[in-house]
Design a protein around this ligand. Structure first.
Ligand SMILES: [Zn+2]
Length: 397
């Protein structure tokens, strides 16, 4: 499976992946997913957003008995020049774990589902986890349809171009009603497991995180003829904010990043009349993140700038009882929080019992062609996922 996926959407230039929603590459990945299901005798259905679901067993029969299925899987799309593991490791491990269960003669007491969530990274339309957000109602169909990519193509147009009916989008209670528990396996996106010397961990929660826009006013003027004392250079305040964000993150024990900036007018020989930067801050403690942002805000305001909160997402805890059960089943593996968002977090917020497994990443690097996991650790992940599915799908309701 890994070898089949390796060339799909890979940039010859960077060696990274460019697998964006509703493109030709995405189509090829969806075909691959459907082919893996067919090879295992599993029927594939698309939900109202186009997420792909395959079931071993009959989830609707189980629902009529008052029981629900156990679902695993992840996503196949990537960030621009992303790595091979973020997403696909969870999908490939899902199929591999199912194969292990079947080879062992396991007979599930309730159905097991495998899902491929569409557009998890939001690389094309700017909203992460669009597939899970739409089916849970966390994003409205109208908002999703109206999102645009860098070429001005709306998601509705992209869906139609991919042969889909954009009018069909929306919350999908029929699909959600089949999920009794969701367990997503994912490559770790940090070095937690390296320090703990363990191949697999269970997630505790997704850290609280937010985005803030920092606006700095200035006055455009000639870079050669304007005396230093006569300048109102918007870049100076911005530069101070970048350094302040780093200092604040250190002193409050969280992370802060300014990874996007727009400069007006944006000429090498023009003093900037306006600079806008975007701050992303996250941490295990919401109070720590709030304090760090307050430090940045006071620095920005001293420099005559202005801070606008664009988003704030509180901590997303995974189901504690389910997570404890998974950890115990795996012999007490470590528990780790994460600063990255996942479809599992969207489902948890929708009230679905959700847990996550992380597989060790020796460098911690993610969203980069350098993202990696050792084969032996990936196989430990498959074994762990198989054991968890066996437990959750095998026990009496
Ligand atoms: Zn991911």
């Amino acid at each position: 499976m890994w070898a089949d996926l390796q060339p799909v959407g890979r940039s010859a230039h960077s060696g990274g992946y460019r697998r964006f929603a509703w493109t030709r590459t995405d189509h090829d990945l969806r075909e691959w997913f459907a082919g893996e299901c067919t090879a295992r005798g599993l029927d594939v259905t698309d939900d109202r957003m186009g997420n792909q679901w395959a079931w071993w067993g009959e989830p609707d029969d189980a629902a009529r008995r008052g029981d629900k299925g156990v679902v695993t899987g992840s996503h196949l799309d990537s960030v621009p020049d992303g790595g091979a593991f973020d997403g696909p490791l969870g999908v490939v491990s899902a199929f591999a774990a199912l194969d292990v269960l079947r080879d062992n003669g396991f007979q599930p007491a309730r159905p097991i589902g495998i899902v491929n969530f569409v557009d998890e990274e939001g690389a094309r339309f700017g909203v992460a986890c669009a597939g899970s957000r739409v089916i849970t109602g966390a994003m409205t169909a109208d908002r999703a349809r109206g999102l645009t990519d860098a070429d001005g193509v709306t998601m509705a147009e992209a869906l139609e171009a991919a042969g889909r009916d954009a009018r069909h989008l929306g919350r999908d209670d029929e699909t959600l009603g089949r999920i009794g528990a969701f367990v997503e396996l994912h490559v770790e996106q940090g070095r937690g497991l390296v320090d703990l010397e363990n191949p697999v961990a269970v997630a505790t929660d997704i850290w609280p995180h937010g985005r803030w826009r920092l606006d700095f006013p200035g006055e455009a003027n000639h870079a050669g003829t304007t005396r230093l004392e006569d300048r109102q250079d918007a870049m100076l305040g911005y530069a101070g904010a970048v350094l302040a964000a780093r200092e604040a993150a250190i002193s409050h024990g969280c992370v802060a990043t300014i990874g996007k900036v727009e400069v007006t007018p944006g000429g090498v020989n023009a003093i900037p009349s306006a600079v806008t930067g975007w701050l992303d801050a996250r941490g295990a403690s919401p109070r720590a993140v709030r304090r760090a942002v307050a430090d940045v805000r006071s620095m920005v305001e001293q420099a005559g700038g202005h801070v606008t909160e664009e988003s704030w997402t509180p901590s997303t805890p995974f189901d504690p009882a389910l997570s404890d059960r998974v950890r115990d089943r795996l012999g007490g593996v470590p528990m780790l929080g994460t600063g990255a968002g996942h479809d599992a977090g969207i489902l948890a917020n929708a009230g679905i019992r959700t847990a996550m497994l992380f597989v060790r990443n020796p460098t911690g690097v993610s969203h980069s062609p350098l993202e990696f996991a050792e084969l032996s650790d990936c196989l430990e992940g498959v074994a762990a996922l198989g054991a968890v599915l066996e437990d959750l799908a095998g026990a009496p309701a």
